[in-house]
Design a protein around this ligand. Structure first.
Ligand code: SF4
Length: 540
C-alpha cells in the first residue's frame, strides 16, 4: 500500500517534489519497489517546511524516514548559474516550493519532531554531497551531508536495492553497517578501505582536493575523515537487466497530480536503460547512476508500451523512448575495466543494433502512432551507425533534434572530456537523412567552463555566427557552467587544476566575466530556442 494520508506506515518517504506514481519519479520508483515487497509506504510530497503540519500528518514510521530533495539538487532548482534567485528573477520567475539544502532542512525537522526515528538520505542531492565537496553557492568546501544532517545512513545511486536492504535489516533489528551503495559514519577505519584525504585536508589544500577527486568511484570502498569521524562508502550494488525489468514492470498508475503539470509532458515516456558511458567532466551522472550501461530487455520495454496503449488517456504517442543518453541502449558491457574508458574502447558495440531493432518493433505495436526520442543523444556515437540515424530521422524526431556539442574549442572540449567537435559532419548527415521532412537540428552550448577565456568564448561565438550566416539556427540553448558537487569540472573550478593531468587551468570565476561570455554569443546576433528569445531573457 502507498498512501499520502493515514497512519501506521512502515516507511515514510519525504520528497521535495510532489509524489507521482511514475517510473520517471525517483520517489515514485522507491515507493513502488518497497510496496511490492510488502511494506506499507507513506509519501509526503513537497512539504511546507515552514510549518510542522506536513511532517506530522503521517506520524512516525515503524522502520524509517527516507528523505530526498527530488530529482535535482535544491540549490540548482532555486538559483541560476549566476546565483540569482529564480523566484525573484524577472525574466523567469519560479518558486520551486522547496527550501535551499532541502535534504538538510527536512532531516533536521524530522530529527526534532521524531528524535528516535531512523533517517535515511537519498536522491541526487545526498548522493553528490556524500563526501566533503565544493559548494558553489557558499564558495567553500562543505562537510559530508551525513555530518550536518545527523542522519543514520546515506544512500547514493538510484537506491532501490539499498532501500530494500535497509528495510530488511531494520525489520530484524540488524545494524546498518556495510549495506552496498550506502555511506555511514564510523570511528574505525575498516580493512580494505581507501583512506581519502580528510575534510580538513581537502578544505585547505587544492592538491589534496584533486587527489580525492581522482579516487572518487562508485566501485571502491572509500573512507574520509571529518574531525576524527569517518564517512565510509560501501561500493554500489550491481544492477542487472532482470532488476530493471522487474522495477519498470511494476504497476505505476502514471497519474500526474494537478500541482505538477511539468511532469505531464513526460507522462507516457519509457525508460530503456540506466547509466552513461560519456563521462563528461561536468556531469554528475557517473557518480550517481554509474558509468556502465544496464539495459532493460526488449521484451520488458515492448510489454510496457503495450500496457501504455491500454491506458485510458493514451492517445498513441510515446513521449520519449530513452535513458540518460538515448542512443546508449544496448551498449552493456560487463568487463571489469577502470572507470570512464568505454567510449573510446574498441570492444564497445557501437552498431546500435539492439536499439534499431527495439525502435522498429516498438513502432509496430498496435495503438502506437508515434514514438519520440526526446532524451539527448550522444551525436558522435550516433554517427557510427548511419542506419540508426536513418531510423531516428525518419520516425522519431518531433520536428527538432537537440544535441549537445557544448563547445568548439579543442582545449575546452578536452577539459570537458567531450572529444573533438564533429557537429559539422553531424549537421550534414542530419540534413541528408531529413530531406523532405520539416525537422531541424539545434545544439546546447556551455560558456564559462574551466579553460574558457575570452579567446575561446569568441571562437565559439564566431563559429555559431558563421552557421547563422549560412542560414542555420544552430542554438537551442546556452548555459553558464554551474559547478555542481563532486564533478571533475567543479574540481577544476575550485582548484584551478585539472585533476586528471595536474595542469593549471584558466577559470572564469567572476559574475562579470561569466556574463560577458554569454553576452558575446548574444551580441553576435545568435537566436535562441524555437521562438528566438530576447537578449534580456538570455542573459538571466
Ligand atoms: S571492455 Fe571496453 S566497453 Fe567494456 S567495460 Fe571495458 S572499457 Fe567499457
Amino acid at each position: 500500500m502507498i498512501a499520502t494520508t493515514g497512519k501506521g506506515f512502515d516507511i515514510i518517504l519525504v520528497s521535495g517534489e510532489p509524489y507521482v506514481d511514475h517510473p520517471l519519479s525517483a520517489v515514485g520508483v522507491i515507493a513502488r519497489v518497497l510496496d511490492a515487497k510488502g511494506y506499507k509506504i507513506g509519501v509526503v510530497g513537497r512539504p511546507d517546511w515552514k510549518k510542522d503540519a506536513d511532517f506530522l500528518k503521517l506520524g512516525p514510521p515503524r522502520l524509517f524516514f527516507g528523505i530526498t530533495s527530488g530529482s535535482m539538487d535544491s540549490l540548482l532548482v532555486n538559483y541560476t548559474a549566476l546565483k540569482r534567485e529564480r523566484s525573484t528573477d524577472p525574466n523567469a520567475p519560479y518558486d520551486s516550493g522547496i527550501p535551499d539544502r532541502a535534504v538538510l532542512v527536512y532531516a533536521n525537522i524530522i530529527k526534532r519532531l521524531y528524535p528516535d526515528s531512523v533517517i535515511v538520505l537519498g536522491g541526487i542531492e545526498a548522493s553528490l554531497r556524500r563526501f566533503a565537496h565544493y559548494d558553489y553557492w557558499e564558495n567553500k568546501v562543505r562537510r559530508s551531508l551525513l555530518l550536518d544532517s545527523r542522519a543514520d545512513i546515506l544512500v547514493y545511486g538510484p537506491g532501490e536495492k539499498q532501500a530494500l536492504e535497509i528495510a530488511r535489516r531494520l525489520d530484524r533489528s540488524e545494524k546498518l553497517l556495510g549495506v552496498p551503495g550506502t555511506c555511514v559514519l564510523d570511528r574505525e577505519l575498516p580493512a580494505g578501505f581507501i583512506d581519502l584525504p580528510s575534510y580538513e585536508q581537502v578544505s585547505g589544500d587544492p592538491a589534496k582536493f584533486c587527489e580525492a577527486q581522482r579516487l572518487f568511484s562508485n566501485r571502491r570502498r572509500l573512507a574520509q575523515a571529518h574531525a576524527g569521524r569517518l564517512v565510509l562508502q560501501y561500493p554500489m550494488p550491481e544492477y542487472t537487466t532482470a532488476d530493471l525489468d522487474w522495477i519498470y514492470g511494476l504497476p505505476f498508475s502514471r497519474n500526474v497530480p494537478p500541482d505538477y503539470p511539468e511532469f505531464a509532458m513526460a507522462r507516457f515516456s519509457v525508460i530503456t536503460h540506466r547509466g552513461c558511458i560519456g563521462d563528461c567532466s561536468f556531469c554528475s551522472l557517473t557518480l550517481h547512476q554509474g558509468d556502465r550501461i544496464v539495459s532493460r530487455s526488449e521484451d520488458s520495454i515492448l510489454e510496457e508500451i503495450r500496457r501504455l496503449t491500454r491506458h485510458p488517456e493514451f492517445k498513441g504517442y510515446i513521449d520519449d523512448l530513452g535513458g540518460p543518453t538515448a542512443n546508449m541502449y544496448g551498449m552493456d558491457c560487463q568487463s571489469p575495466c577502470p572507470e570512464g574508458r568505454c567510449l573510446p574502447c574498441k570492444k564497445l558495440d557501437r552498431s546500435h543494433g539492439r536499439l534499431i531493432r527495439l525502435m522498429k518493433r516498438a513502432r509496430a505495436i498496435p495503438g502506437v502512432k508515434k514514438i519520440f526520442v526526446r532524451s539527448g543523444i550522444r551525436y558522435d556515437l550516433a554517427m557510427e551507425s548511419r542506419e540508426y540515424l536513418r531510423e531516428l530521422c525518419a520516425h522519431h524526431v518531433s520536428g527538432l533534434l537537440k544535441i549537445a556539442p557544448e563547445h568548439v574549442s579543442p582545449q575546452v572540449l578536452r577539459l570537458m572530456n567531450k572529444g573533438r567537435d564533429r557537429s559539422g559532419e553531424f549537421r550534414r548527415l542530419f540534413k541528408e537523412l531529413s530531406r523532405g521532412r520539416r525537422q531541424e537540428l539545434k545544439g546546447y552550448y556551455m560558456v564559462a567552463h574551466p579553460g574558457t577565456s575570452e579567446k575561446e568564448a569568441r571562437e565559439l561565438a564566431r563559429h555559431l555566427r558563421t552557421l547563422e550566416q549560412a542560414g542555420e539556427r544552430p542554438v537551442e540553448g546556452v548555459q553558464i557552467f554551474t559547478p555542481t558537487p563532486l564533478t571533475r569540472s567543479t574540481c577544476m573550478y575550485h582548484t584551478g587544476i585539472d585533476p586528471v593531468t595536474g595542469e593549471a587551468v584558466y577559470v572564469p570565476r567572476t559574475f562579470t566575466e561569466k556574463k560577458a561570455q554569454k553576452r558575446l554569443l548574444v551580441e553576435t546576433g545568435i537566436s535562441y530556442g524555437r521562438r528566438g528569445r530576447t537578449k534580456d531573457s538570455v542573459l538571466a
